[in-house]
Design a protein around this ligand. Structure first.
Ligand code: SF4
Length: 956
C-alpha cells in the first residue's frame, strides 16, 4: 500500500467540503476502544485551507456528534508553530522571535542610522513607508530562499539557496535599488545576530531544519490545501511527505498551469491517485447577476434579500476583497438587525479611546489647528477640562480668533481653564521636539495625565495599545528608536492599531459568514452572495514591482500571472459550481469615484434587472441623477451629473424638471410620482427622513405651496444650489444674527443692565469680524459697515442696544441659538411619531418665566399675524413654545425682534396658542405630505417672487 494517497474530485462534487475529513474518520477513528481513538487522534494533523474552513470543520464535527477531533491547522505559520511545539526542548531556539511589527522598527532604525552608507545621493526619499518595502523584500528573500548575485554584490540567505545570476540577465531591473536592498539585508541580518533575535521566517526554516525523522514518522497528515506554495512551504511539505507515517491529499480535476508548485504537484515519490466519481452532475442552479452603482448598494441588497427570504438558509458572502467591505457591513447590517461574526472583533484603531490617543499626532502635524485641538479636548476620554469648561472652549477660542500655531498664546490672559489649554499646547510643543525614548516617555506621561478611561470596553484596547508602546522601552528596541521622530511613531502606532483586533462584547449571528474568495476552494454552499466581482480584483491585477520584471520574477521561482489567474478562476468556479442559489454582483464606482468594469469571468452571464439599481434609489443624488437620466435618456448625462460641481448639477436637474414641465408631464404631480417606482420609493424615503425632524419653515413652505415644498424638501434642489453672490437680505440677515449671537453668548446667565451701552466697542469689533467672514464682496462689506456700525450717524446696532436697555432691562439671558431636535421634541400624528427641529435665536428670563425672541431683518408687514398662527399657516412660535416647555420651562411670551433700517427696531409680540391646536394643525399638514399631495398653489406674485417659477407647471 502506498504511503501517499491523492483523492481527486471534480469541482462540482457536492461532497468535496468534508470529503477528506470523512476519509480520516473512516480510516483512523472507527475503533470501539475510546482510548485507542484518543491515542490515534493525537497523531493526526489536518491542514485546512483557511481559518474559516477550520470553523466549518469544527461545526461539522459538532453536528455529527463525533467524539474526537484531529489537530486542525492552516498552512503557513500555524502549521510551523504546531510542528515547532513538537520539537524536543533541547532543540528549540535559544533566540528571541520578533514579529513583523518589530522587524519594521528595526529596519526603520537601520535606514536612518546608515542613511549615508545606504543612500549616498540625496534623491532617495526616506519616508517611514520605505521600511515596509524593504521588509516585504527581506521576507521574500527568506521565504523563496533566494541567492541573487548582481554587479555590485550578492544577497544570500541560506547555503542551500538556488543561485540566480542577475548580472547575466538583461538589465531590466533597478540595479541601484537592488544594491541598496543587498546592503539593507546584510545590516538587518547582522542586527538580528548581534541581538540574539530571529524573525518569523527564520523560525520557520529552523522548524524545517530540526524536524527529525523519528518525530514525523508517527504522524498522519491530511492536507486539503491547493495553492501556490513558496519555497519555504515546499521544503516543509517535501519533508512531511518523506518522513511522516501516511499522507492523504485532496486534489481536483482542474487544468492548473502551476501544478509543480502545489501540494500535490511537488510529490516526488510513489503515490496512489484515487479518482472520485468523475461524472459532472447536472444540478439545478439559480444564478442572478446584478450590477450596482456602489458597494453600499450590494450590501444593502444582501440585507434586503436576507430580510425577505429569511435566515433558515445561511447567508454566505464571498468577495475577492472582503476586507474592502468591512466598514460597509458594519454600517449597513445592524440597520437590518444583522450582526455577522466579523462584528465581534474590532481593530484597535476603531476604538474611540485609541483614536483619541492617535489624534495627538494629527494635532501636532496640523500645527495646533483650532478645530483639531478643540475636538480633542472635547473627547469624553480627556479629563483636562470639566464639562462646563469644555462647553466654553469652543466659544472662547472662536472669539479670540484662534486659528493655529502661536495664536494659542493669546489665551494667556483668559480664565484658569484656558491656561490649562495653553499648558496642553505647551506640552505638545515639547513632545514635538522630543525623539526616540524621550518621545515615548513624554507621550506616555501625557496620555497618563490626559486620559480618563472608566468603561470596561475601552480599558482592554487601551491596555493592548499601552503594552505595545511599553515594549519600546525594552532592549533592543529602545536603542533602535533613538532617532525616531513624530512621523515614525505615528506610522508605527497607526499600523499596529490597524493590524491588531480586539474582541468586543457583541451578540453575533453565526448564520452569516463572510469569506475571501481565496479561502473558499473546496467549500460547499447553499446560498451565496458573490460580490465585488470587478476587473482588477477578479482576477487580481499583477502589482507593479520596482525591482524586477515579471519575466525575471518567474525565472526566480515566483508565481506567474498565469498561475494566479488560474487560481482565481479555480476559486471562482469552485464556488459557482457548488451552490444552488447564487447572487453575483459588481459595483461600477468606488468611494473615490474610480470607474470599474465587471470581471471578465462574468462574461455571458445574464443580468438580472429585478433588483438592480434601476429599481432602487438610495440617495438624493441618485434620485436626481435618475431624474436627469429619465429626462435625457442617456448614459452620458449620468456621467455629467456625477462629475459636475453642485451648481452645474443643480442647473442640469432644473433643466430636467423644466423639460418635464414643458412636456406637460407635471400636470398631476401625485400621479407622476405613482407612475414610477423610483420616484415613489424615493419620495417615501425622504418623507420618512423628514419624520425624524421637520422644521417650522418646512411646514410653512408646504402651507404656502406644496409644489414648492416638493422641490425644496423632497427633490432637494435648494440643497444643491449655492448662494448667489451679491448683498441680499439673506446675507444681511445672517450677519445680524451672527453678531447678536456672538455678543450675547458672552453674556449668558447675566442680566441686561444700563451699562450695556458701554459695550458698544465690543459689539463693533464682533460686527467687523462677522461682516468680514460672511459678506462676499468689498462693496457689500462697506455697505454693511455703514448700515450696522457707522460712527457718523446712529447705526442700526446702536439703536438695538438702546432698545435693549429700554425694553428688556433686567432680563436675564437664558440662552442663544438654542437648538432642539426630533429626538427630544415630537408629537404623535395618527399614532406615529413626528419629530420637530429648530433653533431659537434667543431665550430671555424675567420674573414670570421665559421669553422667546426671533430676530427678523425684513419688514413688519411680512410677519405672521396672530390669525395665521391660529389657523395653522405659521408654526414657528407654537413649535418653539412646545420645545422650550418640554425641555426647559414655561414660556410667557413670544415676540419678533424686528431689526431693519427702513423701519427701525421694534418688538412685536404674538399670542401663544394651546398645544392641542398646534398638534391638530401640524397633523393636518403632515397627512397631506404623506398622501403625496404636492400640487402648486398659485398666487399673483408667484412669477416674480418664487425661485422655482421656471419649474412650475402653473407658469408655462
Ligand atoms: S411659482 Fe407659485 S405655484 Fe409655482 S411653485 Fe412657486 S409658489 Fe408654487
Amino acid at each position: 500500500m502506498k504511503k501517499i494517497k491523492i483523492y481527486k474530485l471534480t469541482i462540482d462534487n457536492q461532497e468535496k467540503e468534508f470529503y477528506l475529513l470523512k476519509r480520516l474518520y473512516e480510516k483512523h477513528l472507527k475503533s470501539d476502544s475510546f482510548l485507542e481513538n484518543v491515542m490515534r487522534v493525537r497523531k493526526i494533523i489536518y491542514v485546512a485551507n483557511s481559518r474559516d474552513k477550520i470553523r466549518r470543520i469544527k461545526r461539522y464535527i459538532r453536528t455529527q456528534t463525533l467524539s474526537f477531533r484531529p489537530r486542525l491547522v492552516t498552512i503557513g505559520e500555524p502549521l510551523f508553530e504546531l510542528l515547532y511545539d513538537n520539537i524536543p526542548p533541547e532543540d528549540r531556539l535559544t533566540k528571541h522571535v520578533i514579529t513583523d511589527a518589530y522587524a519594521k522598527i528595526i529596519l526603520r532604525h537601520l535606514l536612518i542610522d546608515k542613511r549615508r552608507y545606504l543612500f549616498p545621493s540625496a534623491d532617495f526619499s526616506l519616508s517611514p513607508e520605505t521600511s515596509d518595502f524593504f521588509l516585504d523584500w527581506i521576507k521574500k528573500i527568506k521565504e523563496y530562499n533566494l541567492h541573487l548575485s548582481y554587479r555590485e554584490g550578492e544577497i544570500k540567505y541560506r547555503k542551500d539557496a538556488s543561485h540566480f545570476d542577475l548580472a547575466n540577465k538583461e538589465n531590466r531591473f533597478n540595479e541601484r535599488l537592488l544594491s541598496i536592498l543587498g546592503k539593507v539585508f546584510t545590516l538587518y541580518e547582522q542586527f538580528l545576530k548581534d541581538n540574539n533575535l530571529v524573525d518569523v521566517s527564520d523560525k520557520s526554516w529552523w522548524v524545517i531544519d530540526h524536524l527529525k525523522p523519528n518525530l514525523l514518522k508517527e504522524y498522519s497528515f491530511y492536507i486539503e490545501h491547493l495553492s501556490i506554495l513558496r519555497s519555504i512551504e515546499q521544503n516543509l511539505f517535501r519533508k512531511i511527505y518523506q518522513q511522516s507515517k501516511t499522507v492523504s491529499l485532496l486534489d481536483f480535476f482542474y487544468p492548473f498551469p502551476g501544478a509543480r508548485f502545489t501540494t500535490t504537484g511537488i510529490i516526488d515519490g510513489d503515490k496512489e491517485v484515487i479518482e472520485v466519481d468523475k461524472t459532472e452532475r447536472e444540478c439545478f442552479q439559480e444564478i442572478k447577476l446584478h450590477p450596482f452603482g456602489k458597494k453600499e448598494h450590494e450590501v444593502d441588497a444582501i440585507a434586503k434579500i436576507g430580510d425577505n427570504e429569511g435566515f433558515d438558509k445561511k447567508i454566505v458572502i464571498v468577495s475577492p476583497d472582503i476586507d474592502d467591505y468591512e466598514k460597509i457591513f458594519e454600517r449597513i447590517f445592524p440597520r437590518y438587525s444583522m450582526y455577522p461574526p466579523s462584528l465581534s472583533r474590532r481593530k484597535l484603531s476603531q476604538f474611540p479611546v485609541i483614536k483619541t490617543c492617535l489624534a495627538i499626532f494629527e494635532i501636532i502635524n496640523q500645527h495646533f489647528r483650532r478645530r483639531a485641538v478643540v475636538s480633542f479636548l472635547l473627547s469624553p476620554y480627556i479629563k483636562l477640562l470639566k464639562e462646563k469648561e469644555k462647553r466654553h472652549i469652543d466659544r472662547i477660542t472662536r472669539e479670540e480668533m484662534i486659528v493655529s500655531g502661536n495664536d494659542w498664546k493669546r489665551l494667556i490672559d483668559r480664565q484658569a481653564e484656558m491656561s490649562r489649554v495653553l499648558n496642553f499646547i505647551g506640552e505638545l510643543t515639547i513632545l514635538k521636539s522630543k525623539k526616540g525614548k524621550a518621545f515615548i516617555e513624554h507621550y506616555l506621561s501625557l496620555l497618563d495625565s490626559l486620559l480618563n478611561i472608566k468603561d470596561e470596553t475601552e480599558i482592554k484596547p487601551y491596555n493592548k495599545f499601552l503594552e505595545y508602546i511599553l515594549s519600546f522601552k525594552r532592549e533592543p528596541v529602545v536603542r533602535t528608536i533613538r532617532e525616531f521622530g513624530i512621523k515614525d511613531f505615528q506610522r508605527i502606532l497607526f499600523s499596529y492599531s490597524q493590524s491588531v483586533k480586539v474582541p468586543i462584547e457583541q451578540m453575533v449571528d453565526e448564520r452569516i459568514e463572510m469569506l475571501d474568495l481565496e479561502e473558499t476552494s473546496g467549500m460547499n454552499f447553499e446560498r451565496v452572495f458573490l460580490i465585488g466581482l470587478v476587473e482588477g480584483k477578479l482576477p487580481k491585477e499583477p502589482q507593479h514591482n520596482p525591482l524586477f520584471s515579471e519575466k525575471l520574477l518567474e525565472e526566480m521561482g515566483f508565481p506567474t500571472y498565469d498561475m494566479l489567474y488560474a487560481l482565481s478562476k479555480f476559486n471562482f468556479e469552485s464556488v459557482m459550481k457548488s451552490v444552488k442559489k447564487i447572487y453575483c454582483s459588481y459595483y461600477k464606482k468606488d468611494e473615490k469615484g474610480n470607474v470599474f468594469l465587471e470581471s471578465p469571468f462574468l462574461q455571458g452571464m445574464e443580468r438580472e434587472e429585478l433588483i438592480s439599481e434601476k429599481d432602487r434609489v438610495y440617495t438624493l443624488l441618485e434620485w436626481q441623477m435618475s431624474t436627469g437620466e429619465i429626462i435625457h435618456k442617456g448614459e452620458v448625462i449620468n456621467e455629467i451629473l456625477l462629475m459636475e460641481d453642485m451648481k452645474k448639477r443643480a442647473l442640469l436637474i432644473r433643466d430636467g424638471i423644466k423639460r418635464l414641465r414643458d412636456e406637460n408631464r407635471l400636470r398631476n404631480v401625485k400621479s407622476l410620482l405613482l407612475s414610477s417606482n423610483e420616484f415613489h420609493e424615493y419620495v417615501k424615503k425622504r418623507i420618512d427622513g423628514l419624520s425624524k425632524g421637520i422644521s417650522a419653515q418646512g411646514l410653512e413652505t408646504y402651507q404656502r405651496c406644496p409644489y414648492n415644498f416638493f422641490l425644496r424638501y423632497i427633490v432637494g434642489i435648494g440643497e444643491l444650489e449655492e448662494p448667489e453672490e451679491g448683498l441680499d437680505n439673506l446675507i444681511r440677515g445672517k450677519v445680524i444674527h451672527k453678531i447678536l449671537a456672538c455678543f450675547y453668548k458672552r453674556r449668558l446667565a447675566r442680566k441686561i443692565e444700563k451699562n450695556l451701552l458701554n459695550d458698544w466697542e465690543e459689539m463693533r469689533k464682533i460686527a467687523l469680524d462677522a461682516i468680514e467672514e460672511l459678506a462676499p464682496g468689498v462693496r457689500d462689506r462697506i455697505l454693511l459697515r455703514l448700515e450696522l456700525i457707522s460712527k457718523d450717524y446712529e447705526s442700526l446696532l446702536h439703536k438695538f442696544l438702546n432698545k435693549e436697555v429700554k425694553e428688556n432691562i433686567n432680563h436675564m439671558l437664558e440662552d442663544v441659538e438654542w437648538k432642539f431636535t426630533g429626538k427630544d421634541v415630537y408629537i404623535k400624528c395618527d399614532g406615529e411619531r413626528l419629530g420637530l427641529v429648530g433653533r431659537i435665536d434667543r431665550i430671555d428670563r424675567d420674573n414670570d418665566g421665559l421669553i422667546i425672541f426671533d430676530y427678523k431683518t425684513g419688514i413688519k408687514n411680512n410677519l405672521p399675524s396672530n390669525r395665521s398662527i391660529d389657523e395653522g399657516e405659521h408654526f414657528q412660535f407654537p413649535i418653539y413654545t412646545l420645545a422650550v416647555e418640554k425641555c426647559l420651562e414655561k414660556v410667557i411670551k413670544t415676540a419678533y425682534y424686528v431689526i431693519n433700517s427702513k423701519e427701525g427696531i421694534s418688538i412685536e409680540e404674538r399670542k401663544i396658542i394651546p398645544q392641542e391646536l398646534l398638534i391638530s394643525n401640524i397633523s393636518r399638514v403632515w397627512k397631506e405630505i404623506k398622501g403625496l399631495s404636492f400640487e402648486p398653489k398659485f398666487k399673483s406674485n408667484c412669477a416674480t417672487r418664487c425661485i422655482f417659477n421656471e419649474l412650475c407647471p402653473e407658469i408655462i
